[in-house]
Design a binder for this molecule. Structure first.
Ligand code: AMP
Ligand code: GLY
Length: 426
């Protein structure tokens, strides 16, 4: 099968790596890809949001199946365009992708389907939002831009003054342009976060193993939020009982509700959850795999990923049974100086060819290859070191051993990835 994978991050390197394991794969193209994906298939220089050119490429090259990594093209309607031409594509259509593209849409659906989520109100008028905030006495409170804001559209306001400032920035000053025309204000949930993904063909939903991301830039979950500084799977905060609740109270009602409302959702559903005293609450849904969680979830999948993706497009996911490895996987992200505010480019990365411990590999994200063959930094999150081992403890040690081999100017990584999981296992 000829597959086109869209995206260029660590997530896409991890998806490519898993696709490569399938005997069903004949050729793999990645648009635009990165130097890591270039070792697994052929990179194609087309931007992920350039839907016309992606469609043309898929038709010209007789691509059998397209897999969409990031949310941008989904929200723009890439799936509708491909399906209109009779092409198979993994990812929800424009209507269903509102699950990630509009926080208000997603919250309204959660409320309608009885999915546990924080109490909320939505606003399009800044003065109405301010009146509401002034009558609210419970802080912290969470203020969210409705649309896509590259993971930066959420403010956790500790005081009324911070909340008023957020309304000014998001709704009046339009910090996220139209993404902040509507906002959601919701109650703060106090607990431990986890990410659980599921495959769905719109009828059957197959949840994956849980992972935990580390969103804050500094150790101890301090400092501003990033795209994710590391992850591990499984996440012990998700006990079997919690997992069962997530399946029964979150995933099943969502897909059954979509069916009742005539929303056809085919692809990946990412549930971002807060576990509060053993009860799962939904913080948000995304319409795609997470990054860096994918780097730790997919290596544990024993079932052929090409088969799963194909079944999503043909509506035969009921024929698939997912099998998982019992190992633990850890991914530690190395970022460049200044991240998440800025990022530094063009720093030469050394140590990529040094031998790594068994069960350790590097996933590229913000890297680029120079004409002279060097690999240089090219973004905030530069790469991830992934380790797979029998225990979480061993996987963490191996990942940090791997990190020790990689050097570039200004490199930064958290030193406590997986620590919350280890503490739960003691
Ligand atoms: P989101 O973009 O919705 O994932 O929000 C970004 C981050 O803000 C989440 O990963 C949480 O850490 C935090 N967050 C969002 N909503 C809430 C909430 N209701 N209570 C507590 N933390 C939240
Ligand atoms: N790691 C969180 C995300 O992909 O949105």
């Amino acid at each position: 099968m000829k597959i086109l994978l869209i995206g260029s991050g660590g997530r896409e390197h991890a998806i490519a790596r898993q696709l490569r394991r399938s005997p069903l794969l004949s050729q793999l193209f990645i648009a635009p890809g990165n130097p890591g994906t270039a070792t697994l298939g052929q990179n194609v220089p087309i931007k992920e949001t350039d839907i016309d050119d992606l469609l043309k490429f898929a038709k010209t090259n007789a691509i059998d199946l397209t897999v969409v990594g990031p949310e941008g093209p989904l929200v723009l309607g890439i799936t509708d365009r491909f399906e209109a031409e009779g092409l198979k594509i993994v990812g929800p259509n424009k209507d269903a992708a509102q699950l990630e593209g509009s926080k208000k849409w997603a919250k309204d659906k959660m409320a309608r389907y009885g999915i546990p989520t924080a109490a909320y109100e939505s606003f399009t008028d800044p003065s109405a939002a301010l009146t509401y905030l002034r009558s609210n006495t419970r802080y912290p409170i969470v203020i969210k831009a409705d649309g896509l804001a590259a993971g930066k559209g959420v403010v956790i306001a500790q005081t009324l003054i911070e909340a008023e400032h957020a309304i000014q920035e998001v709704m009046v000053d339009k910090k996220f342009s139209d993404a902040g025309t509507t906002i959601v204000i919701e109650a703060f949930l106090n607990g431990e976060e986890t990410s659980i993904f599921a495959f769905t063909d719109g009828k059957t939903i197959l949840p994956m193993v849980p992972a935990q991301d580390h969103k804050a830039i500094f150790d101890g979950d301090k400092g501003p939020n990033t795209g994710g500084m590391g992850a591990y799977s499984p996440a012990p905060v998700v006990t079997d009982a919690v997992y069962e609740k997530v399946v029964e109270r979150v995933f099943k009602p969502l897909i059954e509700g979509f069916q009742r409302d005539g929303i056809v959702y085919k692809g990946i559903i990412f549930a971002g959850l807060m576990i509060c005293d053993g009860e799962p609450w939904t913080i948000e849904f995304n319409a795609r795999f997470g990054d860096p969680e994918t780097q730790v979830v997919l290596p544990r999948l024993k079932t052929d990923l090409v088969k799963v993706f194909d079944a999503i497009t043909t509506g035969t996911l009921d024929q698939i049974h997912l099998e998982w490895d019992n190992s633990s996987t850890v991914c530690v992200v190395i970022a460049s100086a200044g991240y998440p505010e800025t990022s530094d480019k063009g720093r030469v990365i050394s140590g990529l060819n040094s031998p790594l411990p068994d069960g350790v590999w590097v996933v590229h994200a913000g890297t680029a290859a120079t004409p002279s063959g060097d690999i240089v930094t090219n973004g905030g999150r530069v790469l991830g070191v992934v380790a797979q081992n029998e225990t979480l403890d061993a996987a963490i040690s191996a990942a940090y051993q791997g990190i020790g081999q990689i050097k570039f100017n200004g490199q930064y990584n958290r030193t406590d990835i997986g620590a919350k999981g280890l503490a739960r296992l003691l």
